[in-house]
Design a protein around this ligand. Structure first.
Ligand code: GDP
Length: 528
């Protein structure tokens, strides 16, 4: 068993794909799935998105605004590897969701538009990867269009993202003059045929750049390539696997996702270089993936995966041991044993019951209200994986029901949406209204739509004079009670009952913090 476990771990790659909207993440995802044989037709990922959109109003919102709200998990095989690809919402208003997805990956693939360079959302997502020391591979996309020069692009990445770039491929021209990519790693020339969406490209192995075939194929651009490579050999950072794994360096690839160009090189390098599942921290100890005991944690809950069923799926990342269908695990937060009979695994276009799964795999569990983000399941030992935070909300709304008889539905809806992490909910110490908190305002629109569609609740929002929130605690109970007494109008309890201070401005928050030095104000909260 332990040998089997080790070999299954070694061939797994679990990664998230990150980018600023419009850089080509969806297109690249689709091409990766195409290579993995998970889909047969280009357009399938978009079609799937469209099919989902058509079925519910809030998904329509996603479509209308051209943003991606939800996160998808897709599994495919490539060569001897089992790849788990986790898509992340591109829009910054859903960054909390993205953050949690990135807690479940071992590496990330960053897509950059060659005409735009590093954009705001790329910066934010990279900050998350840096915090967690997640190794990142970079794909610079849209080389078939005029863009910034490759050297400028790398300088931009190094400066804005504070990570060293090591090119593993080099583009030959761009836009109309784009001829292909020279693979620096394998010393192969890969020529581009515009408009041809093919999987088998002309790959030519060129041992020496002096080879006259280069001139035949590239004309005057052959010398440009020679000069570039000479320059790179002196100026660019050589690729260093160790630095990449420590997240100090990112290997850089160039290509055009829509033309399926440079994607295979990227995927080949990715499976070879990206790390297999590694150890993970819990509150008590580090858990190695090759431990026989099964363990995993829930990083995401998603509703409406399948419009035919009103279901909610909890996504669990396996951290150690083997998953087997029907196995019993401890659900430590509620102190119960549960049977995992109907866990599912997500392929690109469908889902199927999973018989067996290994560390790095993501399985979906049907959630009937007992599973929350951050929950840990193990075969026996009480563990709790750490590092899955909530962020203090920056936007607030008070909820008012249109029909007061729907109070129960509203309570149920908001409680469930909070468990999914779609929005945060607070109950003020004074009064009975719900206050919603969000990191991005679009979360409110999604919440409203979902309350209506899924819970039959028509509600309206009212503005509320809060602009910052902090979870508060204090070792001295008396002091905390005094703080509570004197600040009732600004205090609320979140879905888990944690005391939260709501301030009308950052300035006001700073002032209160100064007045109450014994009280600790937390900007993030671990799920519990
Ligand atoms: P996402 O928002 O990052 O998921 O981006 P999409 O994959 O939806 O792509 C955004 C737009 O860029 C779409 O119109 C794509 O057709 C286009 N696009 C994607 N890859 C390329 C490429 O390699 N070259 C060009 N010219 N356009 C591309």
């Amino acid at each position: 068993m332990s040998q089997k476990l080790k070999s299954e771990i070694a061939r797994r790659r679990t990664f998230g794909i990150i980018s600023h909207p419009d850089a080509g993440k969806t297109t690249l995802t689709e091409k990766l799935l195409l290579f993995g044989g998970a889909i047969n037709l280009a357009g399938a990922v978009k079609a799937r998105k469209a099919a989902r959109h058509a079925t519910s109003d809030w998904m329509k919102m996603e479509q209308e605004r051209g943003i991606s709200v939800t996160t998808s998990v897709m599994k495919f095989n490539y060569r001897d590897y089992e790849v788990n690809l986790l898509d992340t919402p591109g829009h910054q208003d859903f960054s909390e969701d993205t953050y949690r997805v990135l807690t479940a990956v071992d590496s990330a693939l960053m897509v950059i538009d060659s005409a735009k360079g590093v954009e705001t959302q790329t910066e934010k997502l990279m900050a998350i990867c840096r915090m967690r020391n997640t190794p990142v591979i970079t794909f610079i996309n849209k080389l078939d269009r005029e863009g910034m020069s490759p050297l400028d692009l790398m300088a931009d990445i190094e400066e804005k993202l504070q990570i060293e770039c090591a090119p593993l491929a080099w583009p030959i021209g761009m836009g109309k003059r784009f001829k292909g990519v020279y693979n620096l790693y394998r010393r192969q020339l890969n020529l581009f045929t515009p408009g041809q969406e093919t999987r088998n490209q002309d790959i030519l192995t060129i041992e020496s750049l002096d080879d006259p075939r280069l001139d035949e194929l590239l004309g005057s651009q052959a010398d440009e390539l020679r000069e570039d490579i000479e320059l790179l050999e002196g100026a660019a950072n050589p690729f260093c696997l160790e630095d990449f794994l420590k997240a100090h360096q990112t290997p850089v690839f160039f290509g055009s996702a829509i033309n399926n160009f440079g994607v295979r090189e990227l995927l080949d390098a990715f499976v070879e270089l990206a790390p297999p599942p590694g150890p993970r921290m819990t509150e008590t100890r580090e858990v190695r993936p090759d431990e026989e005991q099964f363990s995993g944690f829930v990083f995401k809950i998603q509703a409406n995966m399948d419009p035919m069923h009103r279901d909610r799926i909890a996504f669990l990342r396996i951290c150690s041991g083997r998953f087997q269908r029907g196995m019993k695990v401890r659900h430590h937060r509620i102190g119960k044993e549960i049977g995992l009979n109907n866990a599912i695994i997500f392929m690109a276009q469908d889902r199927s019951n999973v018989e067996e799964a290994w560390p790095g795999d993501i399985i979906g569990l049907h959630n009937h209200g007992t599973i929350k983000i951050g929950d840990t399941f193990t075969s026996k030992e009480p563990l709790r994986f750490t590092g899955i935070p909530s962020f203090a909300p920056e936007h607030f709304r008070r909820v008012r029901l249109k029909n007061p008889l729907k109070v129960k539905q509203l309570d149920k809806g908001l409680t469930q949406l909070a468990e999914e992490g779609a929005v945060q909910v607070f109950r003020p110490l004074i009064g009975s209204d719900w206050i919603l908190g969000a990191v991005g305002v679009l979360q409110f629109d999604v919440t409203m739509e979902r309350l209506k569609n899924e819970y039959g609740v028509e509600a309206v929002y009212e503005g509320i004079d809060f602009a910052a929130a902090r979870w508060v605690d204090c070792d001295d109970r008396k002091k905390l009670e005094e703080f509570e007494r004197k600040n009732q109008a600004n205090l609320a309890r979140d879905a888990e009952g944690n005391l939260t201070y709501l301030a009308s401005s950052e300035w006001r928050l700073g002032y209160v913090q100064e007045q109450w030095p014994e009280i600790v104000f937390h900007k993030t909260k671990e799920h519990c």
